[in-house]
Design a protein around this ligand. Sequence first.
Ligand SMILES: Nc1ncnc2c1ncn2[C@@H]1O[C@H](COP(=O)(O)OP(=O)(O)OP(=O)(O)O)[C@@H](O)[C@H]1O
Ligand SMILES: [Mg+2]
Length: 587
Amino acid sequence: MKNQCSIRGIVQQLLQHKKELIFGNFIAILATLLVVTIPLFIPIMVDELLLGKDHHFISFISEHIWQTDTKGYVLGILVFILLLRVLSTLLSIVQTKIFVSISKNITFRMREALLRHLKRVSLKEYEMMRVGAVTSKLVTDVETIDGFVSSTISKLIVAVLILIFSAVVLLWIHWKLALFILITNPIVVLFTVKLSRNIGKLKKEENKAVEMFQSALTETLELFHQIRAANKEEYFFKQSMLKAKELKEHSVNYGYKSDAAIKFSYLVFLAGYEVFRAVSILAVAYSDLSVGLMLAIFSYLWVMVSPTQDIINFQYVFATAKAACKRINTVFEMEQEPLVEQTNNPFEGIQSIGLEVKDLSFSYLENKPILENINMKIGKASKVAIVGASGSGKTTLANILVGFYPLDEGEIFYGDVSNRDLKLSTIRENIHLILQHPKLFNDTMRFNLTLGNSYRDEQIKEALHIAQLDDVVERLDKGLDTLVGKDGIKLSGGQRQRVAIARMVLSNPKVVIFDESTSALDVHTEVKLFEALHDFLSEKTVITIAHRLSTIKGAEFIYVLEDGHVVDSGSPKELLTKDESYFSQML
Ligand SMILES: Nc1ncnc2c1ncn2[C@@H]1O[C@H](COP(=O)(O)OP(=O)(O)OP(=O)(O)O)[C@@H](O)[C@H]1O
Ligand SMILES: [Mg+2]
């Protein structure tokens, strides 16, 4: 089933915590029952003790439990009520703990599902992704859902129960008055439902403003170096400030309007309360309602305030949660890499493998083909080069060969297995693409080489040696444990490229694709590097993409790409004689 955020889904998840939910609500009900019975002591104290009316309760106590004077009874009732309150508070702490862990569990699982979805998101989607926008959904919107879940499960049932309990007590005390209260109450609630609709919209706008601010800020900070180099701090920070200002405006809008809506609803409730009070006094004057019972009714009206408010708030929280879900779903809707059932692994148990590209076509945008009808045959352990002008599609082809982008048409055979029958992870495990601008983690040199896999020290040493990095690492203050800084800023461009090559050596793939991977090296170091790599690569299939003739001169076969088409191919010798002009440009 597709992952999605929906209120229904949240309820289903809640039901998975049935036991805790029932237990939590049981405790919550107990905690409330303990306090909602307190107003019932008012008629006892006022009518029986103060006004000396029928002593039903007091005479029962004096007969069966304890005989004392008015002072004693008042003190006794006081101690009893305080006990009830303490017990109720303790129970409500336990209840909060249960409900908080349920709601945090649900939001954690939502974040987990989002992360799992992002883990497999297709590169095409990733390239268009605004990092700040996605993070704001994982943080702010999930938080909104959390508010909804915790307030729903901890308050809704209890609120409804208190209202029911109070209604029953009110009906018992004075059914006419109670009916009047109970009929007018829903009108208040209905009135607030209408208000809540607009609040949901405002919340959505506020969260969107958070997203805009966060993505502007993330981008500015990520590109800080370039922004400073271009002297553009003013412009970019102004953008972030503008977004911060928009956020402020939306927050003010949501903040005071939602508060106004709640207050307005509350005002309607209070107005109702004043009316009930007046009516109750009339009831004492013109019917048999005692003063003590009237005071008890007043207390119950107050008891009903907070659950009524909770129910009113619930509508707002519900509306904001729905809006948050909608935004979260945009992450779930991001396209993912296809899942492939793999029965045969052509890379297993062999030293090297051949590749065959058949009628491959690809476009980033619809109707704008970048590669068309590409056919290539790359033999086992062969050394092939792909050349072509900038923008001809070489990098795109390399990315397709390692499964970063899905093919629109055609097929790629790895050995004799089509890409359609291969897991992308299997392809990437065995085919290593080294980029022109490798990305490094802001971590140690060791982590950047191993990416968390465990290798023996000799293996790392050997890889460093092949990648011409041993001197470089030796000169670092803490050797392999030196932090390389954000994006590997402490290393030169050529050193970063060599780190990527050492990474490849360690991962020991069957096929290696160099995409301008040595472009930042001087020709002398490049020659030394390829000499050192010679033995390591001898059994591997190697595809080299380069502009410099020196990089590809060892190739056995060359494909020439132009505007997404293979326009020529052959051995270097053949091509040099046929199309000297092109290669002379490269020199
Ligand atoms: N992620 C992308 N989304 C949309 N279009 C892209 C994307 N990447 C590349 N392109 C376009 O595809 C075309 C081929 O780009 P590609 O990077 O494959 O060229 P290249 O041959 O590697 O060039 P260079 O020699 O400069 O590295 C270019 O016109 C480029 O604008
Ligand atoms: Mg390129």
